[in-house]
Design a binder for this molecule. Structure first.
Ligand code: CMP
Length: 828
């Protein structure tokens, strides 16, 4: 085809996909169904024109649509990476890490189970080898989550559920394609395959792919940080990443390109925001949204155009196989939803999902672009036996059509009959209450403005009357319906306040006062508060809030690395993260207070307002406690972070001011550019967080220790050799009563509590602890627990003995301390 025709075809395709969405909305059908129908129609008409002799056989445009010159390579190397990379970019790594177990289980188990069930069910009826049936099984195993997720969002399903399904669909594509590659290899290889080699492939190919994706993405993230704030360059780099990673993993290393692309996307999603300005990241995501829209709709349309060709020559026999396929795939999905999911929920790995939702997910398992692309890849493969090609092409296409036409078109009726599309009585009351508040406010505003503009009073009253009346009737309706218990209303109020919190966090993100990484974490936490309040009301909210500021496995890991290997960088980072996060919690909580008063109160009532204010107070107290503990140990650091926050806030205000001045024509473009450049460089400077110094330099700690006041420099240096700095978290049990003594500690900062079982003592900076067991050989005389963050100097038993032998004066002091403590303990 000549270039002008090609351009014309491309423009026509773009117009078609652009119009699909509005048309689908107008005739109330899923967009994918409209798109598929368009494609099939175009393919049929073009075939009729060409083969019916209505146009000359060399009419290039008709020929294009009758027999599109699209190879499966186009799908595999262009469309697939685009789609996978885009969904990976949208994943919330923190959340995904939290839900890694259920998502992985669901993704991998669902695909393997579907492949097995479908393969085994078809084997007896199909007349092709088992491997071919399994190949078909994995081709149709990947579902297209768009339809289900759209419905979830419509009915306001818990966000965690949406996340699970999204995460599952991303990884199940990867899992299915990995299996697809292996089965294809078995079918096209002449020599028999070694079972262990195949098994190894299942491990090495995906893991190796993940490694390639991760390494390349990290390198690109470095490049992005290096180029500075230039979004055109950054987006170009992000665009190059998947198309580079895919062939590199596939062609050069013979690893899974799909998994490499997914990993690269996830890696960029977690490292990118920290290396770009929030605006640039948003821009990048916007571009990717656009690309993914084109890719997914084009792939669909082109594949649909191919359907008449793929499915031509279908027989009765195929019809029977198709019925078996439909039943087997529903059974496989049923097993996942009604057997595996409840097990996961019972193990508390996933949130419980209601039966109605699971029915919707079962029926909503539409197949889409990925299945068609894989089927096409089979037909393109010359080495594939002909009967297998036909079998896979016909059944995969037929099945995709079935899911789209039969399941897709009955989704809404199904939801209607399950009552999932109606507002629940609770939501109805809520709506009425919200309407009442909104209309009353509108009326108030109109009255105020009318007064300010000195408008005619009777006219104003007339204008306001309808709003007042509507507000009153909504209020009456809400009051009349007593479906809501106080607990329900509190839960709803908490959901609202957690939602408001997300908005506040986002506005900080927009100002650039908070790093993108922290924004993501805060958003995720607000989301789990929403889920908590939805599922368990006040208790759920409080639990989620407490979890957000509790120490996590990351803290424990950082701590272990410090204790075992003396590696401190991660620990310092975690503490800095914690300080920053707590500071931000405090700021956000301050901003939430007026919302609870002015918005929650009027809509939900005074009792709810009280309960919510109490919940917020509780959170505030927790946050303050956490901050106090950190401040006690690192007073300068918390201050430095606050200063930085103010700096960033200043820059944000400066930015809006400059823009406003330019918009109002008070400064010209040159001046504006100059000022903006200044702001941008300020923002870049303020983007780097000051490092937290753990203050664990042994020598400095020795110098600060009053016990060693009389020591000379040489003695101190020798001491520093024997002592090891140790950092502990609040609540850490340093010494356990009754154990054998292995070390003594000098408290450099912070405080510990000694509990001898009969009395409790508090020891602080400069005190020694754990010396008694070493001196007397007796078991530990009490439990010793850190009260806050502490820096200690640890002296192992052998060093303890040696140091005391060498310093009689010190030995005497320590012995006196121990004796005095022993006396106190004996006397009780
Ligand atoms: P040890 O017996 O090795 O372990 C528990 C430690 O608690 C003990 O050493 C002392 O360092 C400390 N300890 C025990 N009793 C007292 C006390 N009465 N006052 C202060 N510290 C004590």
């Amino acid at each position: 085809m000549d270039t002008p025709s090609l351009v014309l075809v491309f423009a026509a395709l773009l117009t078609a996909i652009a119009l699909t969405e509005p048309v689908a909305q107008a005739i109330r059908l899923p967009a994918s169904v409209v798109l598929a129908a368009t494609g099939v129609g175009v393919g049929l008409i073009a075939s009729l024109l060409i083969y019916g002799g209505l146009v000359p056989p060399d009419a290039s445009i008709a020929l294009f649509f009758a027999d599109p010159p699209i190879s499966s390579d186009l799908f595999i190397y262009v469309f697939l990476p685009t789609l996978l990379f885009h969904s990976a970019l949208g994943m919330d790594m923190h959340q995904l890490a939290d839900d890694a177990v259920p998502v992985l289980l669901l993704a991998v188990i669902a695909v393997v189970l579907a492949t097995l069930v479908i393969g085994l069910a078809l084997w007896p009826v199909s007349g092709v080898p088992l491997v071919a049936c399994l190949l078909l099984g994995c081709v149709v195993a990947t579902t297209d989550p768009v339809a289900v997720i759209g419905i979830f969002k419509d009915v306001g399903a818990p966000e965690r559920l949406v996340r699970l399904v999204e995460g599952e669909s991303l990884l199940n594509d990867a899992a299915a394609i990995t299996m697809f590659v292996v089965f294809t290899a078995i079918l096209t290889q002449v020599t028999a395959l070694d079972g262990t080699v195949v098994a190894l492939d299942f491990v090495v190919i995906p893991l190796g792919g993940a490694l390639v994706g991760f390494v390349v993405a990290r390198a690109f993230a470095g490049l992005i940080a290096f180029v500075g704030d230039n979004r055109l360059v950054e987006v170009s780099l992000s665009l190059a990443l998947p198309y580079l990673v895919y062939p590199v993993a596939e062609q050069i290393f013979h690893l899974s390109g799909v998994i490499a692309v997914v990993t690269a996307g996830l890696t960029l999603a977690s490292t990118g925001p920290a290396r770009m300005t929030p605006a640039a990241w948003k821009y990048l995501k916007g571009i990717w949204d656009q690309l993914a829209f084109w890719a997914s709709t084009l792939i669909f349309l082109l594949a649909a155009i191919l359907i008449p060709r793929l499915i031509g020559g279908i027989t009765w026999f195929d019809g029977v196989a198709l019925v078996v396929l439909v039943i087997a795939s529903l059974v496989a999905r049923w097993l996942i939803l009604f057997v595996v999911m409840p097990l996961l929920a019972a193990a508390k790995w996933s949130p419980p999902v209601s039966r109605d939702y699971r029915l919707v997910i079962l029926w909503g398992g539409l197949r889409g672009a990925a299945t068609l692309a894989l089927a096409l890849a089979v037909t393109e493969n010359q080495a594939m036996p002909a009967e297998v090609t036909r079998f896979v092409a016909v059944l995969a296409t037929g099945f995709t059509l079935f899911t789209m036409l039969v399941q897709g078109l009955t989704m809404r009726p199904l939801m209607k009959s399950l009552g999932l599309n109606r507002l629940t009585p609770v939501d109805e009351v809520l709506r009425d209450q919200a309407i009442a508040v909104a209309y009353t406010r509108v009326a108030d505003r109109i009255e105020k403005s009318a007064e300010a503009f000195r408008l005619d009073a009777p006219l104003t009253e007339a204008a306001v009357a309808t709003y007042r009346a509507r507000g009153r009737s909504a209020r009456n309706a809400a009051d009349g319906a007593s479906v809501l218990s106080l607990d329900d209303r509190i839960a709803l109020g908490l959901v609202a306040i957690a939602g408001r919190e997300r908005e506040i966090v986002l506005s900080h993100a927009g100002d650039g006062t908070v790093s993108a990484e922290l924004v993501e974490r805060l958003l995720a936490e607000a989301r789990s508060r929403i889920d908590g309040a939805r599922l368990k009301g006040r208790a759920g909210y409080t639990a989620a809030a407490a979890e957000a500021i509790a120490f996590t496995w990351r803290d424990r890991l950082a701590y272990r690395l410090h204790r075992v290997f003396g590696y401190d960088r991660l620990l310092a980072r975690r503490l800095a993260d914690r300080t920053e996060e707590l500071l931000l919690h405090r700021i956000v909580l301050e901003e939430l207070a007026p919302f609870a008063r002015d918005d929650i109160g009027p809509v939900f009532g005074a009792e709810v307002q009280d309960a919510i204010e109490a919940a917020l107070d509780e959170r505030r107290a927790d946050v303050e406690r956490g901050l106090d503990a950190l401040r006690l140990q690192y007073p300068d650091y918390a201050r430095a972070l606050e200063t930085r926050f103010l700096e960033r806030l200043g820059l944000a205000v400066e930015l809006t001011e400059v823009t406003a001045l330019a918009e109002n024509g008070l400064i010209n473009a040159e001046v504006e550019r100059d000022l903006l450049q200044e702001v941008a460089s300020g923002q870049l400077r303020a983007a780097a967080r000051p490092a937290l110094d753990l203050g664990l330099d042994t020598r400095a700690l020795v110098d600060r220790q009053p016990l060693f006041a009389g020591f000379g420099p040489a003695e101190r240096a020798a001491l520093a050799q024997a002592l090891r700095p140790v950092f502990v978290y609040p609540g850490h049990r340093l010494i356990r009563k009754g154990e054998r003594g292995d070390a003594a500690y000098l408290i450099s900062s912070g405080a510990v509590e000694v509990d001898t079982g009969r009395a409790v003592f508090r020891l602080g900076r400069g005190d020694v602890v754990g010396e008694m067991a070493l001196l007397t050989g007796q078991p530990r005389s009490g439990d010793v627990t850190a009260l806050g963050f502490c820096a200690l100097l640890r002296l192992g038993k052998a060093d303890f003995d040696r140091v005391l032998e060498g310093n009689p004066a010190l030995k005497r002091t320590v012995e006196e301390i121990a004796e005095e403590r022993g006396r106190v303990n004996r006397e009780g």
